[in-house]
Write a protein that binds this ligand. Structure first.
Ligand code: FUL
Length: 521
């Protein structure tokens, strides 16, 4: 077996520079990667649509966001003290009084799980602000906590910075306290003023999370949100911040149970040309049903093309709580999700081309409860034990078949057409024992794999140990323990070329020691 040392980064840089020059001359314009939307319409053939889908790539801010992989969601606020999930907006600020608040304890607890970012509910639907906003009295400044001088958002931002976590804010557009809510222009100004405070007073904000929930009934208040105005303000003040859910950068996975699709696509077709979110269909921008079972197959792309629309890079985020509720309830202290369930969620989200946003609600002390702290540490210990050593890192690898060159931004060419099976073979000088595999596409060049299979050499023949559909940012596979000195990854179906998937960054084999006893198949 031949050792493969492709010097990939350098070659890709040259390739990208070359294509840049060619496209500047107009020669390669149609093959450029497209960080923005790509229009699709009824005139596009299936092959044309496939080539377009292969060109769609993430923005730099989406790339950074995806690499966070696993973030903490922190629901903390008035509901923590009233034992509710949705406040009415009439709660007395006197009730907000954490007795032993520690943002450093939150950061330490979530870092133990391997979490890389944190998003705090700066304002939930009840309108109570965790920072001393100048635009309402309904905030920490009217509470007894720290004599009305406290600022939860400020302390959490500082603790995240100190602890090396990305810091994001959840700001509920629906506000049950604010009197201007429903007087659309006035509330929009109010909301933008609050956004401006959050975006200018707390350093770098990595993500702004806009919740789509609104419980106003048919006789309730009707607020027409100025989404373009909100987005423009965020882009102006924090250009690197990802706008999630009711925003253009990351979509809701479609449920709050931690479930991803078998085929999770980041290249998503949406009907129409409007980035503003749909209020009748919360969870993403207009033209997308975030809960639909199929968001990105070629059949779905063709269906949207018939009506006219766009292809977007719009990756999924999985928000799920470690307990039944989003906010802390003492009655749920014994209902922290078991480790195995959290691991399943981790493997299917972080390992299923999505980002995991795990909610951990601090208690009335303002600390993460001991039971949750313990579970987070167990989760982190297990992940660290599994992923400490990439067993494929010291092997040799060979990438063969029609796509056996860096695909770059060109989706056509070798590897395209009907016969496009390509394979990577990874060999080791001695047998390895493993039960987890990692596969990654280089998403800078888009998401292209539609089906793959993983084989192990049993001494006489190849034996399939796993198969799947999409890969995207990362696919993690679990299977009974295998011992072999050779594995093979076959790409069975792809939208054009696929860059070689090489260890250690693109391909990995790992051993989860707690599952060592599972028999080899
Ligand atoms: C929902 C909200 O209504 C819940 O209270 C929670 O914040 C969840 C993350 O989103 O839409």
């Amino acid at each position: 077996m031949r050792a493969c040392r492709p010097g990939k980064a350098g070659r890709l840089a040259l390739l990208a520079a070359g294509l840049g020059l060619l496209s500047a001359c107009g020669l390669f314009a149609s093959l450029d990667p497209a960080p923005g939307p790509v229009a699709i319409g009824p005139a596009d053939s299936l092959a044309g649509l496939e080539a377009k889908a292969a060109r769609v790539v993430p923005s730099e801010r989406q790339l950074r966001w995806q690499a966070l992989e696993f973030q903490a969601f922190i629901h903390f606020g008035m509901n923590t003290f009233t034992d509710r999930e949705w406040g009415e907006g009439t709660e007395d600020p006197e009730l907000f009084n954490p007795t032993d608040f520690s943002a450093d304890q939150w950061v330490e607890a979530v870092k133990a799980a391997g979490i890389r970012g944190l998003i705090v509910t700066a304002k939930h639907h009840d309108g109570f602000c965790l920072w001393p906003s100048r635009f309402t009295k309904h905030s920490v400044k009217s509470s007894p906590w720290r004599g009305g001088k406290g600022d939860v958002v400020g302390e959490v931002a500082a603790a995240c910075r100190k602890g090396g976590l990305a810091f994001g804010v959840y700001l509920s557009p629906w506000d049950r306290h604010e009197p201007t809510y429903g007087d659309s222009p006035k509330y929009n100004e109010h909301f933008k003023s609050q956004l401006r405070e959050l975006l200018t007073q707390y350093g770098e904000i990595s993500e702004v999370w806009f919740d789509g929930a609104c419980g106003e009934g048919p006789n309730g208040k009707k607020q027409v949100y100025d989404w373009p105005g909100y987005f423009a303000l965020i882009r102006e003040l924090q250009p690197d911040a990802v706008i999630s859910i009711m925003g253009p950068d990351a979509r809701w996975i479609g449920n709050e149970a931690g479930v991803t699709r078998e085929s999770e696509w980041s290249v998503i077709p949406v009907v129409g040309q409007d980035d503003a979110p749909s209020e009748t269909n919360p969870g993403g921008i207009a033209g997308l049903d975030a809960q639909a079972p199929d968001l990105g197959s070629m059949a779905r792309i063709a269906e949207v093309a018939k009506r006219g629309g766009r292809l977007l890079w719009y990756p999924g985020q999985v928000d799920v709580s470690i307990r039944p509720g989003w906010f802390y309830h003492a009655a749920e202290d014994d209902r922290v999700k078991p480790l195995d369930q959290l691991l399943d969620i981790y493997y299917t989200s972080v390992g299923g081309n999505a980002q995991l946003l795990l909610n951990i609600p601090p208690d009335k002390r303002g600390r993460i409860h001991e039971n949750d702290v313990r579970r987070l540490k167990e989760l982190g210990d297990r992940l660290r034990a599994t992923f400490a050593v990439n067993l494929a890192a010291d092997g040799s690898s060979e990438w063969s078949g029609k796509g056996a060159k860096d695909a770059g931004p060109d989706p056509a060419g070798p590897g395209s057409g009907d016969d496009r099976e390509i394979a990577g073979t990874y060999g080791f000088d001695r047998p390895k024992l493993f039960n987890v595999a990692m596969i990654r596409e280089n998403i800078r060049f888009g998401q292209r794999v539609e089906a793959f299979a993983l084989d192990a050499w049993d001494g006489k023949d190849w034996r399939e140990i796993a198969r799947g559909t999409t890969v995207g940012y990362q696919k993690l596979l679990r299977f009974p323990t295998v011992e072999t000195d050779r594995v093979r990854l076959r790409i069975l179906k792809a939208r054009g070329q696929v860059s070689p998937i090489l260890p250690p960054a693109g391909f990995g084999l790992f051993m989860d020691p707690s599952r060592l006893s599972l028999p080899a198949r």
